[in-house]
Write a protein that binds this ligand. Sequence first.
Ligand SMILES: [Zn+2]
Length: 83
Amino acid sequence: MADVNCARCGITREAAGRVLPGPLGDEIEQRICAECWAEWTQRQIRVINHYALQPVRKEDREKLYEFTREFLNLPTEGATPRT
Ligand SMILES: [Zn+2]
């Protein structure tokens, strides 16, 4: 597995790899380390429970992807960077 300079922790280490489909999956593959991804997989269980998300539903899945981006420090595409 290739190393990445992780967008979340700033450390260069083993990449998370292909963990999600689509554009978010591309970004994670290129910019997120395996450890931060592992942390998110634990955290997202609580997020799903807290918001009662059903990832089989498209809108809930999109919401979950937003939380994923927020946690991993990957801004939403087209979003204006906060100054
Ligand atoms: Zn990381």
